[in-house]
Write a protein that binds this ligand. Structure first.
Ligand SMILES: C[S@@+](CC[C@H](N)C(=O)[O-])C[C@H]1O[C@@H](n2cnc3c(N)ncnc32)[C@H](O)[C@@H]1O
Length: 228
């Protein structure tokens, strides 16, 4: 195991108090200190955040990425775990972070003392991920929790697959949604991933190799029943 990032020992107490408050406070601050009410359905649940952190500690990536930052629940847990394993950078992609979300996600990570490991990119994931690929950026764990329409998830998974290292983990949020479950069945029928676990509303896949399918390849997959 690598040594923790130099910011970690001093950031740890801040991380503990900020993350504890996420689950008790009904309002959290945005970038200018104004408090905003937390919409329960939006953020990732506590057990899922703990699982994400555990996965980062297990994989020990240098770089991690997430699509969808919002309140930064997932971000702060992923960045905290990255700091513990001596990681370098966590990238959050969210075009609405500084508008609809008032910078809450980036502020949460900053309040936890972990801003130097966090980069927020305020553009659409389907523009950012291909650009990261072209710039040879690669990640050990990618969390997809952005636009939850079926076609948007498919685009994120396809683009994420190109920048995820073999052996790395792809994690999808919101398994309760028919769009996510249909995307999962497409992945499992067609892509080089092994499902490791599905719990706490997350599905976790290990990338087993590059996508070398012939251009004619297609395996039918199951359509989930509509929910929600
Ligand atoms: C369910 S929330 C993410 C919750 C976040 N992971 C947390 O724990 O607080 C979905 C997020 O996806 C973002 N989003 C929507 N469309 C997107 C897109 N095309 N690319 C990247 N992010 C997008 C939204 O702005 C929103 O912040």
């Amino acid at each position: 195991m690598r040594a923790p990032h130099p910011c970690w020992p001093s950031a740890q107490p801040q991380f503990e108090s900020v993350t504890q408050a996420l689950w008790t406070a009904d309002k959290i601050p945005g970038v200018d200190g104004e408090l905003f009410k937390v919409k329960e359905k939006t953020g990732v649940n506590q057990q899922a955040c703990l699982l994400l952190a555990e996965l980062v500690r297990r994989v020990q990536p240098t770089h991690t990425l997430e699509v969808g930052c919002a309140y930064g629940f997932s971000s702060v847990y992923m960045v905290g775990a990255l700091a513990q394993v001596g990681g370098v950078q966590h990238v959050s992609v969210d075009p609405f972070q500084d508008t609809a979300w008032h910078g809450i996600g980036r502020t949460t990570v900053q309040r936890a003392g972990l801003a130097e490991l966090h980069t927020v990119v305020t553009r659409m994931s389907d523009a950012v991920l291909p650009s990261l690929y072209e710039h040879n950026a690669r990640f050990g764990l990618i969390f997809v929790d952005g636009d939850h329409k079926f076609d948007a998830i498919i685009a994120d998974v396809r683009n994420a697959g190109r920048i995820l290292l073999t052996g790395g983990l792809l994690v999808l949020d919101d398994v309760w949604m028919a769009s996510t479950r249909t995307a999962m069945s497409w992945i499992e029928a067609n892509l080089p991933y092994e499902r490791i676990v599905a719990r706490f509303n997350l599905a976790v896949y290990k990338k087993t190799g590059d996508d070398t399918r012939h251009w004619t390849h297609f395996e039918p997959f199951l359509m989930a029943r509509k929910t929600g």
